[in-house]
Write a protein that binds this ligand. Structure first.
Ligand code: MG
Ligand code: ZN
Length: 221
């Protein structure tokens, strides 16, 4: 099986670079998030809501792994520092892509760096970026079986958001089945059912994030 050692080598190199990124983030004293979801799961909306809530209390920057800067234009218009990590159509971000983008941003001037990964529930789970927290977003229209189909993504989550809860009344989404699948893979993971459209559940999620941010800022002193 000649392929397996090659894959392991690539991942080890990635892990080493992720550690470098982490050290850079820690030196800057910022909290870095790796936001992952399917295409259309709500990554950009979740980020927009974080900015709305926290922009007066934290200096926020956004990096987006994408092929076009479309999702970033709204943030940039609000004066948020943004950077496009051009993936060239790649299906995930890796530590090297993030590392290459770091010089485009003044990290010392940030408290919170939000990295929007490529829309994909499979391979982004395998590539550490050096971020402190994996924010995984599932959404109601995707169905309640996602933890069973994409276990690595759900196992690696530090916080899990279930978005588009406003649609739950119209869809056969089995919350108990979903939660059971998550609990088996990642017992006790922070879990917030939310709707970026209606605002449902956002207070609890933002309070959780605010507490992580406070820990990070306190650690600077
Ligand atoms: Mg997006
Ligand atoms: Zn990929």
């Amino acid at each position: 099986m000649p392929n397996i050692p090659v894959v392991e080598t690539i991942l080890n190199v990635n892990d080493q670079l992720a550690e470098k990124n982490r050290a850079i983030f820690d030196r800057a004293g910022l909290l870095a998030l790796n936001v992952m979801a399917s295409p259309g799961g709500g990554k950009t909306s979740v980020i927009a809501r974080i900015i709305d809530t926290l922009r007066d209390e934290a200096r926020i920057g956004v990096m987006d792994g994408d092929i076009v800067a479309l999702d970033l234009e709204g943030f940039a218009a609000q004066g948020i520092p943004v950077s496009l990590i051009n993936t060239g159509g790649n299906c995930h971000l890796d530590a090297n892509m993030v590392h290459s983008a770091l010089p485009t941003m003044d990290l010392d001037a940030l408290d919170l760096l939000i990295i929007e990964n490529v829309g994909n529930l499979i391979c982004p789970a395998a590539f550490k970026l050096g971020s402190h927290l994996n924010v995984v977003i599932a959404s109601v229209p995707e169905g309640s079986d996602k933890p069973y189909k994409y276990p690595a993504m759900f196992r690696g989550a530090d916080v899990l958001l279930l978005n588009k809860m406003d649609l739950a009344a119209y869809m056969d989404f089995d919350v108990d089945y979903f939660r059971y699948g998550v609990e088996v893979l990642n017992p006790g993971v922070a879990f917030f059912p939310i709707s970026c459209r209606t605002g449902e559940g956002l207070d609890a999620w933002h309070a959780w994030l605010r507490a992580r941010l406070a820990e990070k800022i306190q650690a600077r002193a």
